[in-house]
Design a protein around this ligand. Structure first.
Ligand SMILES: [Zn+2]
Length: 306
């Protein structure tokens, strides 16, 4: 009897070891799959949390004294800036700024945004070519690198002893006595479809900045809010949280992060955006799920928000 029991016990042990090995094997396969899926440089999907941009980088909370600093850049794929174009774009930026300040006042947030733009002794614009429209540049594996270098070269052209944007931001903070500086690289597009983006909002190593291809006040305000940590609340091809985004569109149809192309006076800043830009530290638990996103554009620890 003892030997039969022992035999059974041995069989059971062998089965258990087999199943453990099997589980370990499957585990190893999953591990290898995920490692290979997430270890390449680009065009992979990354799980991110949009709260990573909250209270982060140069523009932390959207309050106090803020400077929006435009840089009018001429590239071969965009039009050259004329005085007329600069004036109309300045009007749009001022409308965006006034709208944000009105929204802040409604939420009892102390906020003063001043506006200025880069100019050298000889010109208000900076000529620095990009290999194509922003959408095309970003499609390349090293697209973010290219835009990062382009952003630094623009600064370097006007301030030859500044290697990157960091020095410019430090100088502007002192000069204008502001906590936050929004670097807004403006491209002149007319009847052309390019995109506006914010780079490095979640980065620890690179100064965040926005590139705007539009002169629509709502889109400019949308991009400024991105720099302060706001996330998109509409679906686009670089984000896989399609279901969540369509939920959000229904919940917040007039939010600036949902419908930036609408007439700005009809738009508002909703609870998710208020939380992300630091206007409140309280967020309803039902919104927590919407911070989780899958993004294709997080490369080498840097990020693009469209
Ligand atoms: Zn956006």
């Amino acid at each position: 009897m003892t030997s039969i029991t022992q035999l059974f016990q041995n069989i059971l042990k062998a089965l258990a070891t087999l199943s453990l090995l099997k589980k370990a094997g499957i585990g190893l396969l999953f591990f290898l799959f995920f490692t290979s899926a997430f270890s390449q440089d680009s065009k992979d999907w990354y799980a991110i949390d949009s709260r990573m941009a909250r209270d982060h980088n140069v523009c932390k909370k959207l309050q106090g004294n803020v400077l929006v600093y435009a840089i009018w850049v001429d590239t071969k794929s965009s039009l050259g800036w004329t005085n007329y174009d600069i004036n109309t774009a300045t009007d749009s930026i001022n409308r965006a700024i006034n709208w944000i300040q009105d929204q802040a006042a409604k939420s009892n947030i102390q906020l003063h945004i001043s506006f200025d733009y880069l100019s050298s002794d000889t010109s208000r614009t900076v000529e620095q070519n990009l290999p194509g429209p922003v959408t095309k540049v970003l499609a390349a594996d090293d697209g973010i690198d290219q835009l990062e270098k382009w952003g630094n070269r623009v600064v370097n052209k006007v301030y030859p002893d500044y290697k990157n944007k960091e020095r410019l931001v430090a100088k502007l903070r002192d000069q204008y006595n502001v906590e936050s500086v929004v670097l807004l690289y403006m491209l002149n597009n007319y009847y052309k479809d390019d995109c506006s983006i914010t780079l490095n909002a979640m980065s620890n190593d690179y100064v965040e900045f926005a590139v705007s291809s539009f002169k629509v006040p709502g889109l400019i305000a949308h991009e400024i809010l991105h720099v302060f940590g706001a996330a998109d609340l509409y679906y686009h091809k670089y984000s896989t949280t399609k279901l969540y985004k369509s939920d959000l569109k229904k919940m917040f149809p007039n939010d600036i992060m949902t419908s930036p192309r609408e007439y700005i006076s009809q738009l508002e800043i909703g609870p998710i955006t208020k939380y992300l830009i630091g206007w409140t530290d309280i967020i309803d638990l039902k919104y927590i799920q919407y911070f989780k996103e899958q993004k294709s554009d997080v490369r080498k620890g840097r990020d693009v928000i469209y």
